[in-house]
Design a protein around this ligand. Structure first.
Ligand code: NAD
Ligand code: UFG
Length: 340
């Protein structure tokens, strides 16, 4: 079975490609490298032991996609390609609507043209906004607090409309919680541009000496230690969720919406302590005012994923930190040649 992985050079896509190849799928990667390095693909190829068909192109560009579908018999698409920086989406919303919403529309049109109607989409826990309670189940009300989140909501709705218009479509919407960690060989991992927005890469860069100190955004939340609580999930567990989604996709008779989280909530201070333990390094921090738009608590009820996919996250917070540290300490400058 041939799977097209859009955004396959990115953080989650590159890790998922490894497990897909190990599961026996033929993989085609499609990426415009706007937030990825070609080196990431070389590292994947090193791990799997062979070359991977790779197309440089943009999901908004029909011709770029047509080249792939003309030359490969694609059975299903895993659609990771998208922009994900919340702050940038507030400053430049049209860029996000164009890339994430229009990009998905063009992709689906070309898929339909070539008779490929199976898609797994990267959604996000951000679609729950500020949940009224935790853990979060899939039926909770949806709300977006920023343009990035709205693109995820819109694409979910667009794909549901697509299914209503044509029941041949097989659609899985995976709502990721907070992906962290890296492949355990230490040659692949998350490689953010500039100053990291997300907690884990910031902690890792502080531990390796690239940043002086972590700013903890808010120490006065209604949580046991006052800092924000999230559901951190190891990227390899997340990747495995995609392999499981492909196993059921052919038999779907409705659009499936599934949380991919561990069900455990950890605070910012829990993460700092776990990282110090894993790395043997001190992570200096200071508590600063809350970050606009942040919520106190967000963690999944992952029981539906277990029921329908037979999937559950297996890796502990210690493994998440150890694997991040192995990648960060051996590759302090990431893939170095990002965007090339
Ligand atoms: P990433 O930026 O590392 O990967 C996205 C990839 O898509 C990059 O390789 C980028 O170059 C590519 N891309 C972007 N726009 C493209 C376009 N128009 N055409 C072709 N390629 C394009 O991000 P990631 O963390 O791997 O996230 C993957 C997906 O998961 C994204 O859709 C993201 O919104 C979603 N998601 C991520 C998180 C997270 O915290 N990392 C959480 C929830 C959902
Ligand atoms: N945090 C800090 N200091 C930092 C960075 C983060 O204290 O330098 C805190 C935040 O306040 C929050 C927690 O660490 O309490 C996690 O923050 P992240 O930025 O790592 O992650 P978020 O939960 O804010 O958001 C992430 C992605 C979103 C996605 C969401 C759910 O950035 O795009 O997870 O999947 F929608």
């Amino acid at each position: 079975m041939s799977i097209l992985v859009t955004g396959g050079a990115g953080y989650i896509g590159s890790h998922t490609v490894i497990l897909l190849i190990e599961a026996g799928y033929d993989i085609v990667i499609f990426d415009n490298f706007c937030n990825a390095s070609k080196e990431a693909i070389k590292r994947v190829e090193k791990i799997v032991g062979h070359k991977i068909a790779t197309f440089e192109g943009d999901v908004r560009n029909r011709e770029d996609l047509t080249k792939v579908f003309k030359s490969h018999n694609i059975d299903a698409v895993i659609h990771f390609a998208g922009l994900k920086a919340v702050g940038e989406s507030v400053e430049n919303p049209l860029k996000y609507y164009d890339n994430n919403v229009n990009g998905t529309a063009v992709l689906c049109e070309v898929m339909a043209e070539y008779g490929c109607k199976s898609i797994v989409f990267s959604s996000s826990a951000t679609v729950y906004g500020d949940p009224h309670t935790t853990p979060i189940v899939e039926s909770f009300p949806l709300f977006a607090t920023n343009p990035y989140g709205r693109t995820k909501l819109f694409v979910e709705e667009m794909l549901r409309d697509l299914y209503v218009s044509d029941n041949d479509w097989k659609i899985v919407l995976l709502r990721y919680f907070n992906p962290v960690g890296a492949h355990d060989l230490g040659i692949m991992g998350e490689d953010p541009n500039g100053i990291p927005n997300n907690l884990m890469p910031f902690i890792a860069q502080t531990a390796v000496g690239k940043r002086e100190s972590l700013s903890i955004f808010g120490g006065d939340y209604d949580t046991p230690d006052g800092t924000g609580i999230r559901d951190y999930i190891h990227v390899m567990d997340l990747a495995d969720g995609h392999v499981k989604a492909l196993e059921i996709i052919k038999n779907l008779s409705e659009v499936m919406t599934i949380n991919l989280g561990t069900g455990n909530g950890y605070s910012v201070l829990d993460m700092v302590k776990a990282f110090e333990k894993a790395s043997g390094k001190k992570v200096p921090y200071k508590i600063v005012p809350r970050r606009a738009g942040d919520i106190a608590k967000c963690f999944a009820d992952p029981s539906y994923a277990k029921e329908v996919l037979g999937w559950e996250a297996k890796r502990s917070i210690d493994e998440m930190c150890q694997d991040t540290w192995r990648w960060q300490s051996r590759n302090p400058d990431g893939y170095k040649n990002k965007g090339k």
